[in-house]
Design a protein around this ligand. Structure first.
Ligand code: ADP
Length: 442
């Protein structure tokens, strides 16, 4: 580069020197130097004009050879040309990556939809047309909630909490069940993946129906067996002594079966029926008192201390029977898995996110690696301990389902030998204001 500038400078000096000599001879040195500078300036202007025309006349500034030139101008033209070539290669490379990404997502069976920050469609693949009915020409830049009008989708889309996927019917094929999963990226843009889960959904409902039907069919025979065993044990005197122990064991096991069938039926109902539109206004404090009284009676032999602590006037919208069952499951577990004379607490406190209901105990505790699996059906920390306590292994699965149906979640904290804390979180939307009477009396 320096070489070109040096020769350009030499050329200018030579021109001025020549003009000065000629000017000296003629006696018009200033005029000749001025004329020489004018000539130099015109040459520069001409090269600038050529450069401008070259860039202007290109349909695409990344193509076409630069004009011929020497010296600094040749160097400038070549530099721009090299830059253009490099840019062209980068653009081609990116284009081929984009083409490949589009080709592969077009071949996917899963619908891929890109949505901009305004919630409008930017791009989608072929599967989005077959599963969601998007039309290539007409639907570009349309709002996604204008095209997918299912209220549950609208709620899911607007909420911006995409940890769990959403399952709904396909808007164009009523027999297809679709699973929507949205990911936020960039500046408020969203990537929506939609897959056909009809087969999986069918298998799941077959499994749910099967469990529901089996439990229903087993209920009557087990109740009959249990009833007869109870009657026999009520008349122990008329039973041969060697049969008393086997009968007692049979009775214990048939009661366990009855509990399992009852819990399976509860779970099956929770899975197959949605919460009714008309829901109860639940007074948390009075619900606590009821559950506490029942636990104190059932576990009187263990001499636990039950304490209640909660904010006043807490009202939640939901199913009374379901919340009763969930909270009593937690409180009964606390009482079951705590040695005699334990301390069991039931509390409820408001916070910015909603309401936290906690059941605490200072019992046996649970090792950390069991905690993530506790809400699985039939998962037990210690098989022998649960059979001793008459547990079914379904209680926490019921709690999890009930909370999910109320938009809530369960968190478990525990330390072996120290005790456990089960926290049920209810979102703000579940809270109800205190009835007018309660406000007056407060
Ligand atoms: P189960 O009917 O066996 O109690 P659950 O689903 O209610 O079934 O609980 C699953 C397992 O979690 C129990 O078997 C028990 O090992 C453990 N567990 C539940 N609650 C407590 C608690 N408060 N303290 C210690 N362990 C608990």
């Amino acid at each position: 580069m320096l070489r070109e500038w040096r020769s350009e400078l030499n050329r200018l000096l030579l021109l001025i020197a020549g003009a000065s000599v000629l000017g000296l001879i003629v006696g018009q040195i200033t005029l000749f130097v001025l004329l020489a500078l004018l000539f130099y300036l015109s040459r520069m202007m001409f090269q600038l004009y050529r450069l401008n025309r070259w860039l202007e006349n290109l349909p695409d500034a990344t193509q076409g050879e630069p004009p011929e030139a020497t010296g600094v101008w040749g160097w400038i033209f070549d530099g721009i040309y090299r830059l253009q070539r490099r840019e062209r290669q980068a653009v081609n490379h990116l284009k081929s990556i984009l083409d490949k990404a589009q080709e592969s997502s077009a071949a996917l069976e899963m619908a891929v939809v890109m949505i901009n920050h305004r919630g409008n469609l930017e791009w989608w693949n072929k599967a989005a047309e077959t599963l969601l009915g998007f039309r290539a020409e007409q639907d570009k830049q349309q709002g996604v909630t204008n095209l997918l009008r299912e209220p549950r989708f609208f709620e899911y889309f607007e909420k911006r909490h995409y940890a769990e996927p959403l399952r709904i019917q396909s808007p164009i094929h009523k027999n297809l069940i679709l699973e929507f999963q949205i990911t936020l990226f960039g500046e408020g843009e969203r990537l929506m993946l939609v897959r056909d889960v009809s087969q999986m959904h069918k298998l799941e409902s077959m499994r749910k129906d099967f469990v529901g039907n089996v439990s229903h069919e087993l209920r009557t025979p087990i109740t009959v067996i249990n009833g007869y065993l109870e009657t026999l044990l009520d008349h122990k005197d008329s039973v041969a002594p060697r049969w008393v122990k086997p009968l007692e064991q049979m009775h214990q096991q048939s009661q366990r079966m009855e509990n399992i069938v009852r819990d399976l039926l509860t779970l099956s109902r929770l899975e197959t029926k949605s919460l009714p539109k008309e829901q109860d206004r639940i007074d948390i404090n009075s619900l606590f008192r009821e559950i506490k009284t029942e636990a104190e009676q059932v576990f009187a032999h263990k001499s636990h201390t039950f304490t209640l602590a909660s904010d006043p006037d807490l009202y939640v919208r939901g199913s009374m029977s379901e919340l009763y069952s969930a909270l009593s499951n937690l409180l009964f577990n606390a009482a079951k898995y705590t040695p005699d004379k334990g301390e069991i607490g039931l509390s409820a406190h408001l916070n910015s996110a909603g309401l936290d209901v906690e059941v605490t105990d200072n019992g046996v505790g649970i090792a950390e690696h069991h905690i993530p699996r506790l809400t699985e059906r039939f998962y037990r920390v210690d098989e022998s301990r649960s059979t001793d306590t008459g547990g079914t292994g379904l209680g926490l699965a019921i709690v999890k389902h009930v909370l999910a149906r109320h938009g809530g979640s369960l968190e478990i904290y525990s330390k072996v030998g120290k005790g456990s804390r089960f926290v049920c979180h209810f979102p703000k939307e579940r809270l109800l204001p205190a009835p007018v009477q309660a406000v007056k009396s407060a």
